[in-house]
Design a protein around this ligand. Structure first.
Ligand code: FEO
Ligand code: CA
Ligand code: CA
Length: 702
């Protein structure tokens, strides 16, 4: 869509787009509203240190749209790419406005294998910026077809029917799975919809049925077959391939495990409590050792209206702890389907907030919501096989002051990814033990909230995994096993779990077995009435987040004791509160708000960011975790204005990312876009998957 200049109302943004508003980061207020239902604009729902918790039903704090006066920057001022097909995105990007913070000076030696590229400087370009010698291309965009006979994407002629057959909005988790010799399966989550950026003329107070149903269809998951180009790093989607699938808010999912059929998951549409329509707010995820896909339902609370009308104190406490809005929802879905109104359908929210297992290799399979892994704002679930052959999954609950969890299966995993292995492991996630983490520092009395290192030179200590539930056995006084799984946050509150600074993605190193946890930020740390700094969360007003490294006893994922230390305390390296594993800070890239994490084939940790609080675009960074370069942090790419970087996949020959919510800047709309990425020419921005490769055919970073 090209907007005529006279119609274009330029969004009002500052030179540091985003807000000093409700969100901890520089994420825009619009992202806060649509992504997580303004989670940071409300009190963090974990008030478990507050004795009046059970009696308090928080009224929603009225939403604040924070638009500061300042520079006016619109699409016309943004960096334009080509107006043509996405292949044009391979052109070198104009640098755009410089960002804040300095790129690193050259570090010692040639740098570690996998990270030998010129760092991308902090910038504000409306483009994906990659190092010299690398090229990029868009693989698939919101609205591109997965099936034949789908009308060409036209933002002014959207429909639910078309969107159910097109790539959904706001891709987050990403993986490329082997299918056959020539074909791979790209799997992606569609976390949420940003209605003001999707629909020209959208009225947030009065969405139409067609808009609402299109948004239902734009949520969910995609599986699409792709073919790798032989000459470069491009992937070509195969429209109409028999493996392609779209899951959305009307698709059937099966509830599986201990909670399936429980009275608290029965609804008028599903009196058996076993079949749920849809999956919501799917953030990151993981791939099981047997080759299935785990997708994490995160901020599901925001879709369910009218918690304030619930009078039963037990139910009200449960809704409050999960942050359901007291009145209407942002998207007003409750006007079009009673199941989104808890006053009418009280158990429907209990059917969301799970880890969902999908078998992309079987195009007839029904995805399963695995209730044994607990219910919270799941960010991801990543596996590690125990020494006795079972499998552990690490999971963050992405909310300020919430917890880190681990699930360990009861049964051993059958190795391999064959159809026989997938069959043998099909019930593995229905039986096991769910734990929550407690961290203890070894420098008590030295943590002052400033980020100053203690005398032993490390933020570090020991910890334990506290069991919550195993099968029908609850370890939490006053809660049944099913209640522990349904209201896991309330269970964890009771056992002394450590309140963390937004635990997001978690990734075990395939080389060392050490487990890395991204803690995105928490500006409420140390605020009045809230938990202060501790050694695992050592900064008050934590704007930039940190990365924790956890080593389990005897390096065995089945163990319940561990040691830990902070690998990174993020921010501008010139800021004395930052720490980069002891590496000289003049040689590292500034990094803020770590979110998704992945490993490359050389054992380096790669981190994507969400909400860069340093005033530059979000990006993707490689970090050395072992040896003399430990902590060396180098930026590989940056994403367009208003976007966050998601779903990094780091292969020998390619790096893939999802560019989520490009142009999501306060004041922007489909009628006045703040970004025209990837199509350029004043078009509306389209969340997309991007692939990056070395133009000389070399491996990444060598
Ligand atoms: Fe969807 Fe926690 O990011
Ligand atoms: Ca210490
Ligand atoms: Ca995330």
């Amino acid at each position: 869509m090209t907007i005529s200049p006279e119609r274009r109302l330029l969004p009002i943004v500052t030179d540091e787009e985003g807000s000093d508003g409700p969100c901890s980061s520089r994420r825009s207020a619009m992202t806060c509203r649509y992504r997580c239902g303004d989670a940071c604009g409300h009190d963090a729902p974990n008030t478990s240190d507050n004795p009046t918790f059970a009696e308090v039903m928080q009224d929603a704090i009225s939403r604040r749209t924070v638009v500061r006066a300042g520079a006016v920057i619109g699409a016309a001022a943004a960096i334009g790419l080509s107006n043509s097909a996405p292949a044009a995105a391979t052109r070198p990007a104009a640098p755009g406005a410089p960002g804040k913070g300095k790129p690193p000076t050259k570090g010692p030696g040639r740098g570690p294998l996998g990270l030998r590229f010129e760092p991308v400087a902090p910038n504000r370009a409306d483009a994906v910026v990659v190092p010299p010698g690398y090229a990029q291309d868009v693989v698939i965009r919101w609205g591109d077809p997965l099936f034949r006979d789908v009308p060409a994407f036209d933002p002014r002629r959207q429909s639910a029917a078309a969107q159910k057959r097109q790539f959904g909005f706001n891709c987050d988790f990403l993986e490329i799975l082997d299918h056959d010799r020539d074909v791979k399966l790209l799997v992606a989550n569609h976390e949420y919809t940003s209605e003001e950026l999707m629909y020209p003329g959208y009225d947030p107070a009065a969405p139409t049925r067609e808009q609402v149903e299109t948004s239902w269809a734009a949520h969910g998951l995609s599986v699409i077959a792709v073919r790798a180009a032989r000459r470069d790093g491009r992937y070509e989607p195969i429209v109409g391939h028999h493996m392609n699938r779209r899951f959305h808010t009307q698709t059937e999912f099966e509830l599986s495990g201990p909670v399936a059929g429980h009275p608290l998951v029965r609804t008028s549409a599903d009196p058996a409590g076993r079949t749920v329509l849809g999956t919501l707010n799917n953030c990151a995820g993981g791939i099981t050792p047997w080759g299935t896909w785990l997708t994490a339902e995160e901020n599901f609370n925001q879709y369910f209206a009218n918690a304030g009308r619930v009078t039963d104190p037990v139910q009200a406490q449960r809704l409050t702890r999960y942050g359901l809005p007291s009145g209407e929802t942002e998207r007003k879905w409750e006007r079009f389907d009673d199941r989104f109104d808890v006053a009418k359908e009280p158990n429907e929210p209990n059917r969301f907030g799970w880890i969902v297992e999908v078998d992309p290799h079987d195009p007839t399979s029904t995805p399963k919501k695995r209730t044994a892994l607990g219910r919270f704002k799941h960010e991801a679930a990543t596996p590690r096989v125990t020494k006795d052959g079972r499998v552990a999954f690490y999971m963050g609950d992405d909310e300020r002051f919430d917890y880190l969890y681990k699930f360990v299966s009861r049964d051993k995993v059958k190795r391999g990814t064959s159809a026989a292995a997938r069959r043998a492991n099909r019930d593995l996630l229905d039986h096991g033990t769910l734990y929550v983490a407690r961290f203890t520092g070894d420098s008590p009395g030295e943590i002052d909230g400033s980020g100053r290192l203690p005398a032993d030179g490390q933020f570090d200590g020991a910890g334990e995994w506290i069991p919550l539930v195993f099968g029908t056995r609850s370890y939490v006084p006053g809660m049944s096993a099913e209640e522990v799984l349904l209201f896991t946050r309330l269970a964890a509150d009771q056992v002394g779990a450590t309140r963390m600074d937004r635990p997001e993605d978690v990734e075990p190193s395939p080389r060392s077995g050490k487990v890395y946890v991204a803690l995105t930020n928490n500006t409420n740390r140390g605020a009045a009435g809230r938990a202060g700094a501790d050694e695992a969360n050592p900064r008050t007003n934590n704007k930039h987040g940190h990365v924790l490294e956890l080593t389990e006893d005897r390096n065995d994922a089945a163990r319940t004791r561990f040691t830990w230390n902070l690998l990174l305390v993020c921010g501008d390296p010139a800021d004395p509160s930052t720490y980069f594993g002891g590496f000289p800070k003049e040689h590292v890239s500034p990094i803020s708000c770590p979110d998704n994490v992945a490993f490359d084939p050389h054992g380096n940790l790669w981190i994507s960011t969400d909400g860069n609080a340093l005033g530059s675009n979000d990006g993707l960074f490689g970090v050395v975790v072992e040896g003399r370069d430990r902590g060396r942090t180098t930026q590989f790419l940056s994403v367009p204005r208003g976007a966050e970087t998601c779903g990094p996949v780091i292969r020998d020959d390619r790096v893939l990312v999802c560019v989520q919510h490009p142009g999501e800047i306060d004041g922007a709309s489909a009628d006045a876009p703040a970004s025209s990425w990837p199509d350029g020419g004043g078009s509306i921005p389209r969340p997309s998957v991007v692939t990056v490769w070395n133009t000389r055919g070399r491996k990444i970073g060598v």
